[in-house]
Design a protein around this ligand. Structure first.
Ligand SMILES: *Cc1c(COP(=O)(O)O)cnc(C)c1O
Length: 370
């Protein structure tokens, strides 16, 4: 079957063997995160002569790669992570796909990869969700995690932007990040490793940034911490982000609570959740701003009680409260170490909007036309 909607021509080949409904139900009962995948995927090829071509929706299957394919050696690759949610009325909506498509283009540009038009990015998601819609779970806190990615697929060991590129989109039903309730994490301030430097790739969603952070993550685990907090690479004191999530700080309490998140300096990842929460906090009547906060201010603010809540935010876990901080120079807790009021209020607002339970004044939900 072939169909035409965007500028690209999609070939559609349904998977030969389908998963039985009872088996799908069993898998969706406890999907975990990033462990199970739906039955189809989208693949689109690019090369220097033809541009984007051969778009296809087909069965999920392993790839066959030449050992000399460029991504395996020089890591020219970018990815996105976004979610589709089962709505109250049974439909499926994707949260801010336009914002993710735009960031995917910016990441690609930084990594010398071709930019996928935003309309094609969204059409790929619509097509995958239409054929695999039954895999979108409906339990509270469950969703469909969508992973679009692309990589240099030219064969050859020469160092240059790949003349051939492969785009793929896969879907992974995911459960609650916190199966037994939202639990604050303890973070490790990494002062000897750096995630990103000015002029580097910190702003791009690219796997290499994660590979470079794994050793610090292992060090955090050795210290009994759940996550690493990254600081700037020059003065080693300005807070940037946490693992794969952005950070937010709450000063004061009640109606006077004020939200602060580190400004986008070029070395942190511009999170869509971060951007959404800045807006939602303003919608709820709180002051919310981007700025600078040092590790020293974090520590003294907790000691004198002016800094009342800290949380991390990102697509996968939505909002994770930070309860305690450890570093080579000492440890401290954030308030009483429990999830803060504004933290939980923002979490609820965002989750309700994503599920279609609360209004969507900014048009962030993209309904999949089934
Ligand atoms: C993806 C990501 C985030 C969070 O971005 P969201 O769009 O909110 O999911 C934060 N930091 C890093 C390093 C990331 O890769």
């Amino acid at each position: 079957m072939s169909t035409e909607t965007s500028a690209l021509h999609f070939t559609v080949t349904a998977a030969a063997r389908r998963v039985a409904p009872e088996q799908r139900k069993r898998l969706l009962a406890d999907p975990g995160f990033g462990r199970i995948f739906t039955e189809h995927m989208v693949r689109i090829d690019w090369n220097r002569d033809r541009g984007w071509h051969d778009a296809e929706l087909r069965g999920y299957a392993p790839l066959q790669l030449d050992p000399a394919v460029t991504v395996l050696h020089y890591a020219q690759a970018v990815f996105e992570g976004l979610k589709a949610f089962r709505q109250k009325d049974g439909g499926i909506s994707v949260f801010r796909p336009q914002a993710h498509a735009a960031r995917f283009r910016r990441s690609a540009r930084r990594m010398a990869l071709p930019e996928l038009p935003e309309s094609v990015f969204i059409e790929a998601i619509d097509r995958l969700m239409t054929i695999d819609g039954e895999w979108v779970p409906s339990a509270p806190e469950q969703s469909m995690y969508l992973r679009p990615f692309m990589f240099g697929s030219e064969v050859g060991l020469g160092v240059r932007p790949s003349a051939e590129v492969t785009f793929l989109l896969i879907g992974s039903p995911s459960g609650s990040y916190f199966p037994s309730g939202v639990k604050p994490v303890t973070v490790w301030l990494s002062e000897d490793f750096s995630r990103a430097a000015p002029g580097g790739t910190g702003e791009a969603k690219t796997g290499g940034n994660y590979a470079g952070g794994l050793l610090a993550q292992a060090q955090a685990a050795e210290q009994g911490c759940d996550q690493v907090v990254w600081v700037d690479s020059q003065e080693h004191r300005w807070v940037e982000e946490m693992g794969g999530m952005n950070l937010c700080f709450v000063f004061g309490s009640g109606r006077n609570a004020r939200l602060l998140t580190p400004a986008l300096t070029g070395t942190l990842l511009p999170g869509v959740t971060r951007d959404s929460l800045l807006q939602l906090a303003k919608d709820l009547g709180y002051a919310a701003e981007e700025g600078k906060i040092s590790t020293g201010e974090w520590r003294t603010g907790c000691a004198d009680g002016s800094l009342t809540e800290v949380f991390a935010c990102g697509t996968a876990a939505v909002i994770t409260p930070v309860g305690a901080v450890k570093s080579a120079h000492g440890s401290w807790s954030v308030s009483d170490g429990k999830p803060g009021d504004l933290t939980m209020r923002l979490r609820r607002s965002l989750v309700d909007l994503q599920r279609g339970v609360a209004p969507d004044p900014h048009g962030w939900l993209h309904p999949v036309a089934l």
